[in-house]
Design a protein around this ligand. Structure first.
Ligand SMILES: Nc1ncnc2c1ncn2[C@@H]1O[C@H](COP(=O)(O)OP(=O)(O)OP(=O)(O)O)[C@@H](O)[C@H]1O
Ligand SMILES: [Mg+2]
Length: 356
């Protein structure tokens, strides 16, 4: 069993807090993605788990064993660094064998394990090459083989796909997920890319300013962001400030009008209505009753292949983004800048989120 538990783990650099009171339980065989913007503490968290950074406070355990004070080589973890960190003067096979030599594994045994690890990442024929003779994706796979060859209890990946092009990134993230599942490896995957987190993780930890903002299965976090930061980071640009009405059936925008809510948990105090651009429809006539509607004007219209995006000025506060199907694909005729419109949506499409 290699369940990883972080209990109130923090890292301070002088007065600066890189990670604040992080408590997280990663189940045996689970893949957890740490997701968040630059500087939110993802790498610091990963390095504390690996032992490269000492926690200022808190405890870390693996499989019930407290590893908080142990150096990296006594934690039996495999780590892939963002920049691969391969040794340029060593061959692929020597790079992969490095961790085994450190562990005093016999030469014959090491040779066999290196061959197996390279085969697993489909680089069986590349053992004698130097890293510079490989493509970026192949180098990334060498780094993965090097992390796996020691048969780690835990696999730690720090933005492992960030230097790859889109196609290779897609292929590699599927490969990593398959390997992780077939080996049943407890894995922490750091990324700032929500698609990567979405398509690989069992659970996602959204981090913000050194703390945990939200934890859950990706579909749940995407579908129900709990804070304005989470909603914005997960790609919902429309966040309209206001408050629930006392009967909890409506939302009064700070800027004036009130709309209806449906299926939203109660939130006391200032909150935001998060609206996905795809949920908003536009019409030049008032919409049917039952829809929430705001009167406004098209400010900017831009084409995006199969969609047309509108920036709208309404009386509910900040500019509103709406994304409609392009006319050539069955969407309505384009509404040029300056057109007076109604922006409308189904009450259940609005997600109510906390300010913090
Ligand atoms: N050795 C250090 N000394 C001082 N501050 C540090 C040190 N390492 C990290 N920090 C600070 O801690 C915070 C978290 O850094 P960290 O590298 O964990 O962020 P990150 O989420 O991995 O960001 P990125 O997505 O850019 O890699 C940042 O504000 C950073 O400047
Ligand atoms: Mg980082």
């Amino acid at each position: 069993m290699s369940e990883v538990v972080l209990q109130d783990v923090a890292k301070h650099y002088g007065d600066a807090v890189a990670v604040r009171n992080m408590t997280l339980r990663i189940a045996d065989g689970e893949l957890v993605a740490l997701l968040g913007p630059s500087g939110c503490g993802k790498t610091t968290t990963l390095r504390m788990i690996a032992g490269f950074v000492d926690a200022t406070s808190g405890r870390i355990s693996v499989g019930g064993r407290d590893v908080t004070g142990l150096p990296p080589n006594r934690r039996n973890m495999g780590m892939v660094f963002q920049n691969y960190a391969l040794f340029p003067h060593m061959t692929v096979a020597q790079n992969v064998a490095f961790g085994l030599e450190m562990r005093k594994v016999s030469r014959a045994d090491a040779g066999k394990r290196v061959r197996e690890a390279l085969a697993r990442v489909r680089l069986g024929q590349y053992g004698d090459r130097l890293p510079k003779q490989l493509s970026g994706g192949q180098q990334q796979r060498v780094a993965l083989a090097r992390a796996l060859v020691i048969e780690p209890d835990v696999l730690l990946l720090d933005e492992p796909l960030s230097n790859l092009d889109a196609a290779l990134r897609h292929e590699m993230k599927i490969e990593i997920r398959q390997l992780q599942q077939s080996l049943g490896l407890t894995t922490v995957f750091v990324t700032h890319d929500q698609d990567e987190a979405m398509s690989t993780a069992d659970r996602m930890v959204l981090m913000y300013q050194g703390g945990v903002e939200q934890i859950g299965p990706p579909a749940e976090v995407f579908g129900r962001p709990r804070t304005a930061f989470a909603a914005g980071f997960l790609g919902i640009p429309n966040l309209l400030a206001g408050r629930m009405t006392p009967d909890r059936a409506g939302f009064a925008f700070e800027a004036g009008p009130t709309v209806r809510l449906q299926g939203q948990p109660p939130i006391a105090g200032r909150a935001f209505l998060a609206l996905r651009p795809e949920e908003i429809s536009l019409s030049t006539e008032p919409p049917a009753t039952g829809r929430n509607a705001l009167a406004g004007r098209v400010e900017i219209m831009t084409y995006h292949g199969s969609a047309v995006e509108y920036q709208l000025r309404t009386d509910a506060g900040p500019m509103l983004s709406a994304r409609l199907r392009a006319p050539g694909l069955g969407g309505q005729p384009v509404l040029p800048g300056g057109t007076a419109v109604w922006a409308h949506w189904a009450p259940e499409a609005g997600v109510l989120v906390n300010e913090h």
